[in-house]
Structure formats: structure tokens, C-alpha cells
Design a protein around this ligand. Sequence first.
Ligand code: ZN
Ligand code: ZN
Length: 83
Amino acid sequence: MSTDFACPSCGNEWSMEPDDDGLFNGYGCPPCPVCGGEGAYADDYADYECPYCHYEWRVYGNGGLVFGCWPNCPKCGTSANEA
Ligand SMILES: [Zn+2]
Ligand SMILES: [Zn+2]
């Protein structure tokens, strides 16, 4: 059964079948085949909206948390609201 992954860096999405050891080419979460960035599980993300500038963005990995907290807006640095 294949697993879906997404790349936070370039937005690529892909699926892979795990190897016999349950890993993907030796990774629990494989790197992006397009840009080589760190991959994330496709269903492991959260969407945020900035209450100040209304920028919307998506954070992959750790349920969308960054160091266990909601992230700050990448545009203006305001603490996010969950979208
Ligand atoms: Zn990528
Ligand atoms: Zn903002």
C-alpha cells in the first residue's frame, strides 16, 4: 500500500510503496524526488491565515506545528490563526 507525500519546499506530491523494512529508500519520510528537499506525509499539515495581512499558507510535518507552536506569518511575522 503506497503512502502519499508532499514537499513543503516546491509543492510536489508523490506516492511511494514502502520497502520490505517499512522504510522508503531507508527514510521514514523520503526526500522530494524533484528538489531533494525534506518530504512530509501528505496528510500531516495545517493551514494558517495571518490575522494581520491575511496571507494564507500551509505547514507540513508535526501536524503543522513549528517547535510545538503555531507558526508566525512568513510575510509579516504576526502569530497565525488556524485557517
Ligand atoms: Zn520538492
Ligand atoms: Zn502576515
